[in-house]
Design a protein around this ligand. Structure first.
Ligand code: PLP
Length: 357
């Protein structure tokens, strides 16, 4: 298999793929594939509820929160959040740390008052902004942050203790380390980076926050619809949820989120060390205090060398290393499912390439 450093959809653990392959045609002696089961069947319901139970267990999600499965990706959440929670007369506060936070803000503007509490755009999003005060947002509807900036390779270390409901886009770093869910009123993540294939979006929402949602919202865009029907109001993305449940079983087998976190720290260290020990050949895009453990962004001395690097990397089966056009250079996405050996091999290749060029 290739060393898959894609930013998303991204690597899925090999044992998960093998399990899915084994069960693809005949799931647990039903004589059918999971994707052929009725979403009202006992067999599917077990898969569905197992995914919820596992996520609750792994993230230590209290009973005061709902775990929901939606469609529409992280992008639909950008609209659903203000649609449900930006009440008239209130302001939604956004901290801009990258292109995805900008997109989230853009959608909110259609529904009410918004304010950019802080932004690192002027620095081409090389760091998580810190120049803000939470004092003056007391009457706000909510505060929105993006915990990991997939394109720029920056990540929050510590989350703000917000006086108003804190909402987080964790699309590219959910489950990468142990977090305190109770700091947040709503967490959302498209599955296709740390949780499995695309097609399902996970929402973790505090029940008392959900109660404050607007009621004049289309049925399928209202969080209550999902909460009241165990995310089974209409046909959910059953196969994606099945894959999610297998990924969560895998996380559990690895020793839970704590072990995953340790692994992620070691994986990222290989690559950041290769950058830091390259005598300036590789330059990290992110400032040191904001470096992401999930997306490692770096540049080479010039365009020609970048092209050569990407070509040689591809020949050695390192896939998905081209950076996003707004940053240039390279990006290695080291999500939970990327094995340590892949990161070690990449770091060795980077050093070898630098020595030869
Ligand atoms: N938020 C972040 C942080 C992302 O990285 C992405 C996609 O890469 C999105 C949102 C958009 O997600 P989707 O493609 O599922 O709509």
């Amino acid at each position: 298999r290739a060393y898959n450093f894609n930013a998303g959809p991204a690597a899925v653990p090999l044992p998960v793929l093998e399990q899915a392959q084994k069960e693809l045609v005949n799931f647990k002696n039903t004589g059918m594939s999971v994707m052929e089961l009725s979403h009202r069947s006992k067999e599917y319901e077990e898969v569905h509820n197992r995914a919820i139970t596992l996520l609750r267990e792994l993230m230590n999600i209290p009973d005061t929160y709902e775990v929901l499965f939606l469609q529409g990706g992280g992008s639909l959440q950008f609209s659903m959040i203000p649609m449900n929670f930006l009440q008239e007369g209130k302001t939604a506060h956004y901290i801009l740390s990258g292109a995805w936070s900008e997109k989230a803000l853009k959608e909110a503007k259609d529904f009410g008052e918004t304010r950019v509490l802080a932004s690192s755009k002027d620095a081409n999003y090389t760091h998580i902004p810190t120049d803000y005060s939470l004092e003056d947002i007391k009457d706000g509807a909510y505060l929105h942050i993006t915990t990991n900036n997939t394109i720029y390779g920056t990540q929050w270390n510590e989350y703000p203790t917000s006086p108003i409901p804190l909402i987080a886009d964790m699309s590219s770093d959910i489950l990468f380390k142990e977090i305190d869910v109770e700091k947040f009123s709503l967490i959302y993540a498209g599955a296709q980076k740390n949780l499995g294939p695309s097609g399902v979006t996970v929402v973790i929402i505090k029940k008392d926050f959900l109660e404050t949602a607007r009621t004049n919202v289309p049925t399928m865009l209202s969080y209550s619809t999902y909460a009241e029907n165990n995310s089974l109001y209409n046909t959910p993305p059953t196969f994606a949820i099945y894959m999610l449940s297998l990924v969560l079983e895998w996380v559990k087998e690895q020793g839970g989120v704590k072990s995953i976190q340790k692994n992620n720290e070691e994986k990222a260290k290989y690559i950041y060390d290769a950058i830091d020990n390259s005598e300036g050949f590789y330059k990290a895009h992110a400032t040191e205090d904001s470096r992401s453990l999930m997306n490692i962004t770096f540049t080479l001395p010039n365009e020609e060398l970048t092209k050569k690097f990407l070509q040689e990397a591809k020949e050695r089966q390192f896939i998905g290393l081209a950076g996003h056009r707004s940053v240039g250079g390279c990006r290695a996405s080291t999500y939970n499912a990327v094995p340590k050996e892949a990161c070690e091999a990449l770091a060795n290749f980077m050093t070898e390439f630098k020595n030869q060029n």
